[in-house]
Design a protein around this ligand. Structure first.
Ligand code: SAM
Length: 454
């Protein structure tokens, strides 16, 4: 791989950089890693090596075809680059108390950081996972649904739209669009597209994004900023720019030396950041830093509203969920459940941003029965007493392809299709046949061979 010389020259004075070792590391393949979903336990990766800074992270010796693994479709894990899992360590160190928080993941698609954050928050906290590009927002929504948390909502807005939610968020994560040099091993396009002028453009865009969203962070709130670029213009210099234009304090986290993570300090304000080099860690290039906001924002007016909770419908569908701390509200299609602490948030957010996904879709009452939404099958909140049909890998993959999975002998009714104890979707047994309720756009499209069934 021919690395851009102007990039290598600029990195020369950075702590931890070693041109020869860095270049050599780029001759090796990218590392494959996954992060387990603590709400959906599986022992499928029991022997895999743990990512040092993330208790749920696992390295895989080779890259499997994830599409043919039903556990992937069940949301048992997320395929995520190991260095970026360091966000887990940053959050755990800087935010030990994680209940009752409003958290924004501003640049969220496809959902790696959001699923990580969701796993760390208490049930009564609310995570807004935002992606401005509409096509990417649908992938994000799918990944968030698969992860199964009722308190992760998806929006699709420009950062400046959040500026109107003054002082609303306790934590904002900006995993900024960047020049992508940290991903050269994973994505050859990043190498083709890299240029000094693009680094400059990205740095300007990063400043614009941060300035636009800044009012939404409350006084004392924490901004976590990350990129997958090695360039100081997008990393340390952005921290210095924050120090120049806003009232902030730099925050630091503890490191273990054997991790190989490099602590860096910005030139002007001496703000701390953390760098990941592929010759130092088992992972790709990454930068992360955190600051606390010291200036206040005028208080946000919360709207008056009448609760939309429908207690009659709640009675009809409460069998679907295991707890009772939720409200039943009319949703996009049928009804949805939200945590009963979040109704005011719903009304407030509705006024300012486009909500693509809120809470958990429950489904629709049809005649004398309830048509359950697909989301319930993937939700960690679903009742443990729903009728279940356990399937093997072949049946699971056939179900996910919307082919005949050979499930028969069932009494009439709705069943959750479960693989290794994790929900995949719904079927309805009609006596003489079984209907597959997996939404069409969720089905596996790739060819699956006999070897994949094993
Ligand atoms: N956080 C994601 C994850 O962990 O899976 C990766 C985010 S990626 C580094 C940056 C994201 O920012 C992309 O999804 C991109 O579409 C989005 N983006 C691009 N331009 C943007 C802008 N002007 N404002 C906000 N987000 C933008």
């Amino acid at each position: 791989m021919q690395l851009p010389e102007p990039l290598l020259e600029k990195l020369d004075d950075i702590r931890g950089f070693d041109k020869e070792a860095f270049t050599k590391a780029h001759e090796a393949a990218a590392v494959t890693s996954i992060r387990l979903n603590p709400a959906k336990s599986t022992n499928a990766f029991g022997n895999s090596e743990q990512v040092p800074w993330c208790s749920e992270g696992r390295y895989l010796p080779e890259r499997p075809v994830f599409t043919t693994d039903p556990l992937y479709h069940a949301g048992a894990y997320y395929v995520q680059e190991a260095s970026s899992m360091f966000l887990s360590h940053v959050i755990q160190q800087l935010i030990p108390e994680r209940s009752n928080l409003h958290v924004l993941d501003l640049c969220a698609a496809p959902g790696g950081k959001s699923t990580l954050i969701a796993s760390l928050l208490g049930k009564d906290s609310l995570l807004i996972s935002n992606e401005v590009i509409r096509s990417r927002a649908s992938i994000l929504e799918e990944n968030i649904t698969r992860w199964g948390y009722m308190n992760t909502w998806v929006t699709s807005n420009d950062p400046k739209d959040f500026g109107k939610l003054k002082g609303y968020f306790d934590v904002i994560v900006v995993d900024a669009p960047c020049s992508g040099s940290g991903l050269f091993r994973k994505d050859e396009r990043a190498l083709d597209e890299w240029s000094e002028s693009n680094v400059q453009l990205c740095a300007q865009r990063q400043q614009r994004i941060l300035a636009d969203v800044w009012p939404a962070l409350k006084e004392g709130g924490i901004l976590i900023y990350a990129t997958c670029s090695y360039s100081q213009q997008e990393d340390e210099e952005i921290l210095d720019w924050l120090g120049d234009d806003f009232k902030v304090t730099s925050l630091s986290v503890e490191l273990k030396e054997e991790w190989g993570v490099i602590k860096t300090v910005s030139k002007k304000h001496e703000f701390k950041g953390y760098r990941f080099f592929p010759h130092k860690v088992q992972g790709e290039g990454f930068f992360i830093a955190a600051v606390r906001k010291n200036s206040d924002e005028p208080e946000l007016k919360t709207p008056r509203f009448k609760s939309g909770h429908d207690s009659k419908v709640y009675e009809q569908c409460k069998y679907l969920l295991q707890s009772d701390d939720w409200l039943c509200l009319p949703g996009k299609e049928g009804y949805m459940a939200i945590n009963n602490k979040h109704e005011q948030d719903l009304h407030l957010l509705q006024q300012h941003v486009y909500l693509r996904k809120t809470g958990l879709q429950l489904g629709t009452p049809v005649k004398n029965e309830w048509l359950p939404a697909h989301e319930i099958a993937l939700s960690m909140d679903k009742s443990q007493t729903l009728p279940v049909v356990d399937v093997n890998k072949e049946q699971a993959l056939k179900f996910l392809k919307k082919e005949d999975a050979g499930i028969d002998g069932l009494e009439k009714g709705w069943y959750l299709v479960s693989y290794a104890g994790l929900g995949l979707g719904w079927i309805k047994a009609l006596g003489n046949r079984v209907n597959n309720y997996l939404p069409k756009n969720w089905r596996i499209r790739m060819e699956i061979t006999d070897a994949d069934w094993a």
